[in-house]
Design a binder for this molecule. Sequence first.
Ligand SMILES: Cc1cc2nc3c(=O)[nH]c(=O)nc-3n(C[C@H](O)[C@H](O)[C@H](O)COP(=O)(O)OP(=O)(O)OC[C@H]3O[C@@H](n4cnc5c(N)ncnc54)[C@H](O)[C@@H]3O)c2cc1C
Length: 329
Amino acid sequence: MRLGGAARFVIEIEEDKDLAEAYHFADEKKLPVYVIGGGSNIIGRDGGYNGVILVNKLHGIYVIDSDEDTIRLCAKSGELLDDFVDYSVKLFDGEQFGFSGIEALSKIPGTVGAAPVQNVGAYGQDIAQTLHHVCVYDYKDNCFKKMMASELNLGYRRSIFNTGDGVGRYFITSVTVELHKHWMKPPFYNSLQAYFDERNITEFSPAVVREAVSAIRASKLPDPKEYASSGSFFKNVYLNEEEAEAARAKDIPVWDGGKVPCGWLIEHAGLKGKEFYGMRVSDKAALVLINESAKSYADLAKARQAVIDAVYEKFGMTLEQEPMELGDE
Ligand SMILES: Cc1cc2nc3c(=O)[nH]c(=O)nc-3n(C[C@H](O)[C@H](O)[C@H](O)COP(=O)(O)OP(=O)(O)OC[C@H]3O[C@@H](n4cnc5c(N)ncnc54)[C@H](O)[C@@H]3O)c2cc1C
């Protein structure tokens, strides 16, 4: 969002062994620690961060092993997720080019290490579907650990890393996924299927899916290099069965699992393209807030409230923010 104050200390982590020293430094100064990958899902508050920011610079991508149906790939957590996807769709194992499981996550900004934190997802895939395990530095127990995907309580935009006691406890150092040798099959996520149908595409190699997702994202989402945003600013709303029935009766779209797309709610509250306190509701995708001219977190907070209030007034549903926040107001 390109907002917020300065951090007191910043340490770049280039090797796993830097971590113990960095946490020790923070302990000695009695300061809190915060981990940053690409910073694309973090909003800085105006007062700055009186603590130690660890910036992830761990690099490397490796093939671990494979069998008849699957291949395991590991990426150090500072790699860009999109580079990891690119690697997976181009990989040749002597028989086949391209492995399936993360190709629909193409062009999600940020690092591999942040992917399990909110279980990133797009176009019908999320990292939970292929995540095998992560390696972490556990600040509480002061040691490195391997944690299997089943231990991470992965859900919609949720994991042990962003909820409960796990918040701030772990630095994820690497992520291992188990990809498939068989490719994705139709039916695909609506907009992806429409893309294939319009172009009569019938072969769905991971590279083809990656290309399609990249093209759809480029047409729908503001380019993060050009526009300051955090991607989806609000989370989709999930309704129970009773609420879903009531919503459908009012012609509100409710998808599988009671999901109401927050972009639809914002657009139908008449906010698409509107600007509040220097923050614009994207005219391409209403769930994205773009920083046009806001100078402070305080402006963002007022704009956020204006959107939440308008949606609540129209539909009686309360939107929740997706990005994390950091620092003092
Ligand atoms: C234009 C745009 C489009 C987007 N589209 C999508 C989308 O389609 N789907 C989706 O799910 N998200 C999307 N996002 C959100 C964002 O890309 C993801 O949340 C991504 O995982 C953030 O990566 P990052 O490295 O920038 O994380 P950061 O913003 O740096 O950090 C995010 C959180 O993860 C924690 N964290 C980061 N690295 C580590 C680590 N190594 N160990 C422990 N904790 C860590 C941080 O402390 C913080 O709490 C989008 C964002 C933008 C700007």
